[in-house]
Design a protein around this ligand. Structure first.
Ligand code: ADP
Ligand code: MG
Length: 255
């Protein structure tokens, strides 16, 4: 079993503190949802885990199997098994989807080992069929001219191909209609299992009707203010976030 432990994390950007003493743990075999109002710092958390250079960690730590990842470059974090799907996926003009995935997989093989092209395409097409992505997308530049829904499905395709140990999915549901949401959820549900730990970041409860999390955490003003089981998401759906904002983190759950 592998684990990620986030300890008392503090993060600033442009001298503004966004993450303010956030602690969270998750392990392989688990799906955790992080929910919270807009501006609570959810995307900041994802970017810091990925190693985005603009964000300054001013306190705390992020440990992967007991080893701090904070000093590691993003590509080292990735090679150690951490995968990020961003809220706004990047376009990479001039690099085809197929070549991008091949290069990413090749980079994970030991020196001198060559990725088998036939096996690669077999696997790619199998995953594309699962995610209802048309074959022509292999030749198109990564995310270039893709609709919002296509970009999100493409992120899940990358996830399915790379088979990471940990996946952080930031608002994978935003901008998706219900059919696309179901396709994305089916992809994630196919990937989930004992070998992977998933952190699902979402503003809305809707996604969690299709991907049932094992744990739910509520984030507000840069901290986790409440944690619970999947029923916590339903409580948020009916009550909104305001009842959590009204109380100080220390006192939430005391009554
Ligand atoms: P969420 O994903 O929960 O909506 P974000 O992490 O995107 O929240 O943003 C949290 C806060 O940090 C917001 O107040 C936002 O304006 C601020 N913030 C995020 N990124 C930057 C940035 N690059 N520069 C300045 N402020 C930022
Ligand atoms: Mg966000």
């Amino acid at each position: 079993m592998s684990s990620i432990v986030i300890q008392e994390l503090r993060v600033s950007i442009a001298d503004k503190e966004i993450i303010r003493g956030l602690s969270l743990e998750f392990s392989t075999g688990e799906v955790h949802a992080v929910m919270g109002p807009n501006g609570s710092g959810k995307s900041t958390l994802a970017k810091v885990m990925a190693g985005h250079p603009d964000y300054q960690v001013t306190g705390g730590d992020i440990l992967m199997d007991g080893v701090s990842i904070l000093e590691m470059e993003p590509d080292e974090r990735s090679r150690r098994g951490l995968f990020m799907a961003f809220q706004y996926p990047m376009e990479i003009p001039g690099v085809s989807n197929a070549n991008f995935l091949r290069a990413a997989l090749q980079a994970r093989l030991p020196e001198g080992e060559e990725l088998d092209a036939v096996e690669f395409y077999q696997r790619l097409y199998q995953k594309m069929d699962l995610l209802e992505i048309r074959r022509e997308f292999t030749a198109r530049a990564v995310n270039e001219g893709f609709s919002g829904g296509e970009k999100k499905r493409n992120e899940i395709l990358q996830l399915a191909m790379l088979e990471p140990v940990f996946a952080v999915l930031d608002e994978t549901d935003s901008g998706l209609d219900i059919d696309a949401l179901k396709v994305v959820a089916k992809g994630v549900n196919t990937i989930r299992g004992p070998e992977i730990g998933i952190l699902l970041i979402t503003h809305y409860q809707r996604l969690l009707n299709y991907i049932i999390p094992d744990f739910v955490h509520v984030m507000s003003e840069g901290r986790i203010v409440r944690s619970g089981g999947k029923e916590l998401a339903l409580e948020l759906e009916s009550k909104g976030y305001d009842w959590l904002k009204a109380v100080k983190p220390e006192t939430v759950g005391a009554n």
